[in-house]
Design a protein around this ligand. Structure first.
Ligand code: GLU
Length: 489
C-alpha cells in the first residue's frame, strides 16, 4: 500500500451507538491494524440541533469495551487535532470563503418559504427535488439588495452543471453520477457551522486520511465530496463503502431485529470478543465458511477484497450461539471472573459479596448451560440459597405419591448424613443404591433430591452440584425439605 494508511471513524453524536456505527469503526480499525497504519476517531458534531448529550462517551466506552483502540482522537489527542469538528469552525469558514472567492460557491439568500415553494413545484412536475440555483446567477446589484433584506444567508457549492463524477470504490467498483442531477448543496449554514459535506472533506484532507471507509448510505454523498476536493485543489482519498446491514427479513436493521445500543450487549452478558467476531462477519468473510476466529487472525487477513458488496444480515440467534461458543472456551477461572460483575449486579443483596473461590467452583457447572453472562445469577443462585417451595407438591415425582416421596426424602437424608465423602462419583454411587433399595427409578429418586436441595426442577448436574455445596449445606437443605414437606402434608 503506497504511503501510510490513515483511516478514521467519524461518528456524529446524535444518539447511542448501535451495531451499524460500531461495525464501521471495527472495519476501519482492522484495516489500520492490518496495514500497520493509524486509526483515528473524529467527532462530527456540526449538526448542533441533533446533538444528544452522552453519545460520544457511550461511543468511546463501546469501542474501549470491544478492545478497539484509537491512535488519534478524543482523550488521546494527536498531531492533527482538534478531533472535534465544533472546535475547527474557522477552518471550514475559511475554506467556504475561499470557494466563494474562486467562484465555486456562492451566498444564497433564499428564505425557507421560497425553498418550500420550489420543492412544491418540483413535486407537482414530478422532477427531482433540487435547489433551482436562483442565487447562483445574480448580478452584483441583486446580490447587494438581497443581502440587505435577507435575515440570514448560507453558502452553497456551485456544482458543475454538466459532465460526470466518477469514483472507483474499492468495494463497489466504478460508480458514476451525472452532475446535472446533483444539487447545489449547502456547505456553510446560517449559524456559521459547516455542513457535513464541507467538514468531512476538509478534515479528511487535513488529517491526511488515506482511505474513507464508511457505510453505504454515504455513497450518494461521494460525488459532492469529490467535486469539493477538486474545487479545493485537494487530492481525494480512496473510498470504500461498506455493505448495509439488514435484519433477517431484509428490512433495514432496527431494534425489532434485536439490535440494540452497544452498551446493552455488555449489560446483557455478551463477551466483547464474541460480539467483535460476530460483527466482522457482517460484511466480511475469511473464506465463506470460517466463523470463529481470534482477533489477531482477523487482523492478519483483513483485506477489502474480502468485503462483500451485498447486504449483510444481522442474525441475533447466531450472535447468541457465538457467545455460547466463546463462553465454553474460557477456562472456568476466567468464566468466574467474567461472571462476577453480573452476579454482583443481579444477586439479592443478602447473597453478596460473592466469594471468588466459591464462584470458581460453581463456574464449571454453568459453563455448558449459559449463553450469556446475565444468565449466571439466576442459574447460580441455588448455590447460595434454596428457592422457597411455593408448593411442596413439586417434590412429588411422576409415578410417586406423598408417602413414597417422604420416604425417599428421609432415606436420602439418612444416607447424606452418614456419608462423608462428598466427591460427586461417590455421592452418585451411594445414592443410586439408596434409590434402588426403595425401588425408585433414577429419574424419580434423583428428581426428589434435586428439588429438595435446590427448590427447582431444573439445575446443574446434581452430584457435582452437591459436591460444590458440601455436606453441611446439603444436609441442612434436606432437613428443611423434609420439614416443609411433612408440615404441608
Ligand atoms: N458523521 C457521519 C456519520 O455519522 C460519518 C460519515 C462519514 O464517515 O463520512 O455517520
Amino acid at each position: 500500500m503506497p504511503g501510510e494508511v490513515r483511516v478514521r471513524f467519524a461518528p456524529s453524536p446524535t444518539g447511542l451507538p448501535h451495531i451499524g456505527n460500531i461495525r464501521t469503526a471495527l472495519f476501519n480499525w482492522l484495516f489500520a491494524r492490518h496495514h500497520g497504519g493509524k486509526f483515528i476517531v473524529r467527532v462530527e458534531d456540526t449538526d448542533q440541533v441533533r446533538l444528544v448529550p452522552g453519545s460520544i462517551e457511550a461511543m468511546l466506552a463501546g469501542l474501549r469495551w470491544l478492545g478497539i483502540d484509537w491512535d488519534e482522537g478524543p482523550e488521546v489527542g494527536g498531531p492533527y487535532g482538534p478531533y472535534q469538528q465544533s472546535e475547527r469552525l474557522q477552518i471550514y469558514y475559511d475554506l467556504a470563503n475561499k470557494l466563494v472567492v474562486q467562484g465555486n460557491a456562492y451566498h444564497c439568500y433564499c428564505s425557507r418559504e421560497r425553498l418550500d415553494q420550489v420543492r412544491q413545484g418540483q413535486r407537482e412536475r414530478h422532477t427531482p427535488p433540487k435547489y433551482d440555483c436562483k442565487c447562483r446567477f445574480l448580478s452584483q446589484d441583486e446580490k447587494d439588495s438581497l443581502r440587505a433584506e435577507a435575515e440570514s444567508d448560507v453558502i452553497r457549492f456551485a456544482m458543475p452543471q454538466s459532465g460526470i463524477t466518477r469514483v472507483n470504490d474499492l468495494i463497489r467498483g466504478e460508480v458514476e453520477w451525472k452532475n446535472e442531477l446533483l444539487d447545489d448543496f449547502i456547505i456553510l449554514k446560517s449559524d456559521g457551522f459547516p455542513t457535513y459535506h464541507l467538514a468531512v472533506v476538509a478534515d479528511d484532507h487535513l488529517m491526511e486520511i488515506s482511505h474513507v471507509m464508511r457505510a453505504e448510505e454515504w455513497l450518494p454523498s461521494t460525488p459532492r465530496h469529490l467535486q469539493l476536493y477538486e474545487a479545493l485543489g485537494f487530492d481525494p482519498p480512496e473510498f470504500a463503502h461498506l455493505p448495509m446491514i439488514m435484519g433477517p427479513d431484509r428490512a433495514k436493521l432496527s431494534k425489532r431485529h434485536g439490535a440494540t445500543a452497544i452498551g446493552e450487549y455488555e449489560d446483557d452478558g455478551y463477551l466483547p470478543e464474541a460480539l467483535l467476531n460476530f460483527m466482522v462477519l457482517l460484511g466480511w468473510s475469511l473464506d465463506g465458511e470460517t466463523e470463529k476466529m481470534p482477533t489477531q487472525d482477523i487482523i492478519d487477513n483483513f483485506t477489502l477484497d474480502r468485503v462483500t458488496k451485498s447486504a449483510a444480515i444481522f442474525d441475533q440467534e447466531k450472535l447468541l450461539w457465538m457467545n455460547g461458543v466463546y463462553i465454553r472456551e474460557l477456562t472456568s477461572d476466567q468464566l468466574a471472573d467474567r461472571m462476577l460483575p453480573y452476579l454482583e449486579r443481579d444477586l439479592d443483596d443478602e447473597l453478596k459479596p460473592v466469594e471468588q473461590d466459591y464462584l470458581r467452583r460453581i463456574a464449571p457447572l454453568l459453563q455448558e448451560r449459559i449463553k450469556r453472562l446475565d444468565e449466571a445469577a439466576n442459574m447460580s443462585s441455588i448455590f447460595f440459597k434454596v428457592d422457597k417451595f411455593e408448593d411442596t407438591g413439586i417434590l412429588v415425582q411422576k409415578g410417586m405419591d406423598r408417602d413414597s416421596t417422604l420416604t425417599a426424602l428421609k432415606a436420602a437424608l439418612d444416607q447424606l448424613s452418614a456419608t462423608d465423602d462428598y466427591g460427586h462419583e461417590k455421592l452418585e454411587e451411594v445414592l443410586n443404591a439408596t434409590g434402588e433399595k426403595l425401588s425408585l427409578s433414577r429419574r424419580q429418586f434423583f428428581g426428589v433430591l434435586r428439588t429438595a436441595t435446590t427448590g427447582r426442577t431444573v439445575s446443574p448436574p446434581l452430584f457435582e452440584m452437591m459436591e460444590v455445596l458440601g455436606k453441611d449445606s446439603v444436609v441442612s437443605r434436606m432437613e428443611d425439605a423434609v420439614e416443609q414437606f411433612s408440615a404441608a402434608g
